[in-house]
Design a protein around this ligand. Structure first.
Ligand code: HEC
Ligand code: HEC
Length: 156
């Protein structure tokens, strides 16, 4: 009982601290930002961008889709990949949105993306090789799964 008694307050404290640290700067909303090939304005490669780039979060811009693309060894970032969001698996249906990751391997946008019905991401390298996600997503927070519950997004 003693252990549980001290663990629970510790968890509550941690959650409180992280919520506060994200609230420090409230300049998140209203910014328009989209990654472009070659740009280097992003940071925190591999982290879940939407931990901070959300409504009321500390990050500049509320992202609708954001994440990180790695090289085929999954050790370093893969720069300037192209990300497309299809309405059907394996590049089928319509393309609802197209993004370019930046020079640091990060993709992000504050533009509205219609996720209704689910979207299938596809990531292409600069030589045209493409990796398709076989399941549909309803949220663009790539790194909420990739790098933790799912492997890193990679391309060659
Ligand atoms: C721990 C919180 C946090 C995380 C996680 C985070 N960001 Fe940020 N981000 C910030 C803050 C705070 C700023 C504004 C100050 C700054 O530029 O560092 C910012 C600014 C930015 C900017 C604007 C820089 C500029 O000058 O225009 C971009 C682009 C960006 N983040 C992309 C990302 C991407 C992509 C990810 C995920 C791979 C990410 N961020 C993860 C907190 C975060
Ligand atoms: C809800 C968790 C989740 C989210 C969110 C998510 N993915 Fe995935 N992704 C997975 C899982 C699990 C797989 C492996 C099974 C599959 O292909 O469906 C995968 C596979 C992939 C693949 C093919 C294999 C690989 O690892 O390269 C690509 C490409 C991909 N995802 C891109 C993305 C992009 C881009 C985003 C954000 C716009 C994203 N995913 C968001 C869980 C997620």
């Amino acid at each position: 009982m003693k252990k549980i008694g001290s663990v629970i307050p510790a968890i509550i404290l941690l959650v409180f601290i992280s919520v506060q640290s994200c609230k420090k700067e409230k300049n998140g909303s209203g910014e328009t930002k989209t990654s472009t090939a070659g740009s280097r304005n992003s940071h925190n490669t591999g982290q879940n961008c939407m931990n901070c780039h959300k409504s009321g979060g500390s990050g500049e811009g509320v992202f609708t889709a954001a994440g990180s693309v790695y090289d085929s060894l999954q050790t370093g970032p893969y720069p300037n990949a192209t990300i497309k969001f299809y309405t059907q698996p394996n590049g089928g249906g319509q393309v609802r949105a197209t993004l370019s990751a930046d020079a640091l391997g990060n993709l992000y946008t504050t533009s509205t993306i219609d996720f209704s019905g689910g979207l299938y991401p596809a990531v292409s390298g600069t030589t045209g090789y493409t990796n398709y996600m076989s399941m549909a997503i309803s949220s663009g927070a790539c790194n909420s799964c990739h790098g933790s519950s799912a492997g890193k997004i990679w391309i060659k």
